[in-house]
Design a protein around this ligand. Structure first.
Ligand code: ADP
Ligand code: MG
Length: 690
């Protein structure tokens, strides 16, 4: 037998169990040994029965005697009872429910370890449904810190302990993926010892060390992948195309700033500097710009676009939807008039939109201009890099709001000649998590809002207050303000989501017959969506009912009120994004969070929305309340399922990152570390399939 022996050959068990294991993704001994506990129950401290408090779970040593099935009055209910006594002469009754087979299985009048809940009633102790284990060299169910595995109908923790324990001798076949120098430096265990200890810990100290070891390995592989990906990106620009060095010129930047109707914030200046410094280098940039909704990312991006155009390159912005692409066109065109007044570039800008819904002829024309180099700036959706678009000389690609920058997307961009890439997001990702999820990118953060904005007032609305909010908004609409209504997220299907938003639209039309109520959802054709957005912008629609498609980037300063239905279904960051749609003008804005849920967690989360307006703070709270998996999701973050890594320990992460960099420095192709190389390649494969 070895690690790769299939479980049906390695385990003496029924087919039903093998099937269940397969469903859990466990096929080989190796898989089973890498199936880690989700927690532990400390049953290692022995007590005497009489020392127990009522309701306490204790571990004790003694003898069982006189086991029997006792009939009860309740039909189908069978009690198993026995007596338990220990050396000190104390005794108590033991009860199990509906487990008649125990009568055959449990050893009588032999020393055993028993762990279970003690109930004290009518002057008597009763042990309820305890775990019983005979005394052995190693205890796996009681008398030790015992592993609790993820819950499963068929495959119980008890079953797993019994199957995994005898296979532990095979852990010696696990080789260390981590380089020995790191294991020594970090004071980690060998992988084989760590796997043994994580299933059956000898004490709390070695358990901690085992978890640290396995968690370190997970993080290390991810950081190694990030470092390698970053290196590959640097080397990816083909040598037959121009170098993309674009030296920074402070006078040019100042001149552009002088055309703006405001002074950039300190944070905007810092991030612009970081970006332009990257663009000075001969290899392509890969940078993530994070900035809360309304923090002013557009100006930062615009500076970079102009920098590229100044040096004779083309620049492009890619948005996730056509609505947003059009909006970028509008915001960018606003800059242009002033820029041309001072003749900043010494040439006229040719800015074009390239989106899927253009007529074929228009599309061909734009593509022609892109190919010939006549077009300087292109704004588009995915169509930009997916369709057969050929750039004359693409120097910068700005990608707005794409949660994941996948392996595939990267490949396409390499084909476009590996321009500088600036990725922008309004999702405030705490730095530690960004290091893990976007570790192959450099990070710039706009951590400051333009001055003088009125903070949005947020309120939680229980169902009984719904009508008073409706009355309140009636007054505001009469004053000429506009309202967004966001419908709850429905995971199961788009069809249901459309149904629910359509129903809400109907009901609001009836509630507000005097107003124009509009509808927007993801299944609408893009020209329908556009027309609705246009009407809303023009003020022809008073109330806009929408699914979460409204989330990013939409800018209607006259909309001052946002109602969010089923608010508990959204993540805090997402709620914060919605809320960012209002508060864009000079009038006080409001956000009302409707919820029917009365759970504590819901209240805590929604209360955070009331208390904080800072997106980073909210992201942190959400992360602490729900954990990274829930908040960012495996898919969204592009992270493989991490079992033991602590994603929130920044100091550790920095150390891991440095260690990974050092290894790549020593052996760029990892040939000095063949096992590590293999593990990294398999991680990369898994990540590209996510
Ligand atoms: P986002 O980061 O959400 O994309 P935008 O770039 O759309 O934010 O900026 C939001 C609004 O703030 C825009 O109307 C923009 O003109 C304005 N703005 C940007 N920077 C500043 C600043 N430094 N001072 C005042 N207003 C600013
Ligand atoms: Mg924006």
């Amino acid at each position: 037998m070895n690690l790769f022996t299939p479980l049906d050959a390695a385990l003496n068990t029924k087919k039903e169990y093998i099937l269940a294991l397969k469903e859990m993704g466990l096929y080989s001994v190796r898989d089973l040994l890498l199936y880690f506990p989700r927690g532990y129950e400390d049953l290692s401290q022995f007590k005497k029965i009489w020392e127990a408090k009522d309701g306490e779970i204790i571990t004790t040593k003694g003898y069982l005697h006189g086991i029997r099935v006792v009939p009860t009055k309740k039909r189908g209910m069978k009690l198993v009872k026995a007596m338990f006594y220990d050396d000190s002469g104390s005794e108590c009754e033991v009860v199990w429910f509906n487990q008649p087979h125990l009568v055959r299985m449990l050893p009588m009048d032999k020393e055993v370890i028993v762990a279970g809940k003690v109930q004290y009633s009518y002057g008597k102790y009763v042990l309820q449904s305890p775990t019983v284990e005979t005394i052995k060299e190693v205890q796996i169910h009681a008398g030790a810190t015992v592993p609790i595995y993820p819950q499963h109908e068929v495959i119980t923790s008890k079953w797993l302990r019994e199957k995994i324990n005898p296979l532990l001798f095979l852990t010696k076949e696990f080789e260390n993926i981590l380089p020995q120098e790191i294991i020594t430096e970090e004071g980690l265990m060998s992988k084989s010892e760590a796997i043994r200890e994580v299933h059956f810990p000898s004490d709390s100290k070695s358990l901690k060390k085992a978890q640290d070891t396995l968690g370190y390995e997970e993080l290390f592989l991810l950081q190694l992948n990030a470092v390698k990906t970053k290196e590959e990106w640097k080397d990816s620009r083909p040598s037959n195309v121009d170098s993309i060095k674009m030296p920074m010129d402070p006078e040019f930047v100042k001149a552009f700033f002088s055309t703006l109707p405001f002074t950039p914030t300190g944070a905007q200046k810092v991030t612009i500097y970081e970006i332009l410094k990257d663009m000075e280098r001969p290899f392509p940039m890969m940078r993530l710009l994070e900035g809360d909704v309304g923090s002013g990312k557009t100006v930062v991006a615009m500076t970079a676009l102009l920098q590229a155009v100044k040096y004779g390159y083309q620049a492009a912005i890619m948005a996730p939807t056509e609505v947003l692409a059009r909006q970028h066109l509008i915001s960018i065109s606003k800059f242009v008039e002033e820029i041309e007044k001072i003749d900043l570039l010494g040439k006229t800008l040719n800015i074009q939109l390239l989106i899927g819904s253009l007529k074929t002829k228009e599309k061909e024309a734009v593509k022609g201009g892109i190919k010939s180099g006549q077009v300087n700036i292109v704004i588009g959706t995915h169509a930009l890099i997916q369709e057969d678009v050929e750039f004359d000389n693409l120097g910068l690609l700005v990608i707005d709001e794409q949660h994941r920058f996948g392996v595939k997307q990267r490949e396409i961009i390499v084909k476009q000649g590996s321009p500088h890439v600036l990725h922008m997001t309004a999702t405030p990702i705490p730095r530690t998590l960004a290091l893990v999820a976007y570790g192959d990118q450099d990070l710039s953060v706009i951590n400051e809002m333009p001055k003088g904005r009125l903070p949005i007032i947020t309120k939680i609305v229980p169902p009984e207050n719904r009508e008073s909010v409706y009355k309140y908004i009636t007054g505001k609409i009469d004053e000429g303000q506009q309202v967004y209504v966001i419908c709850p997220l429905i995971d199961e299907s788009d069809v249901l989501e459309v149904k629910s938003v359509t129903a809400e639209h109907e009901s609001l039309k009836q509630r507000f017959p005097q107003f124009k109520v509009g509808l927007l959802h993801g299944k609408m054709k893009s020209d329908e969506k556009d027309s609705i957005m246009k009407q809303f912008k023009a003020g022809d629609i008073n109330i806009l009912v929408s699914t979460s498609v409204i989330e990013v980037g939409v800018d209607v300063p006259n909309a001052t009120i946002m109602l969010i239905e089923g608010a508990e279904r959204f993540g805090l960051s997402q709620l914060h994004q919605f809320r960012g749609r209002v508060g864009r003008g000079k009038v006080q804005s409001y956000c009302f969070l409707y919820t029917n849920s009365s759970s504590d967690l819901t209240y805590q989360r929604l209360k955070a929305m009331v208390d904080y307006t800072d997106g980073f703070k909210l992201a942190e709270i959400d992360l602490n309340l729900r954990g990274p998996g829930e908040v960012y999701g495996v898919r969204q973050s592009g992270l493989p399922d991490l079992k033991l890594a602590n994603l929130l320990d920044g100091i550790l992460l920095d150390r891991v990152r440095k260690a990974a960099e050092k290894i790549v420095e020593k052996s760029k192709d990892l040939s000095d570390y063949p096992l590590l190389k293999k593990a990294w390649e398999s991680l990369r494969k898994r990540m590209s399939e996510l």
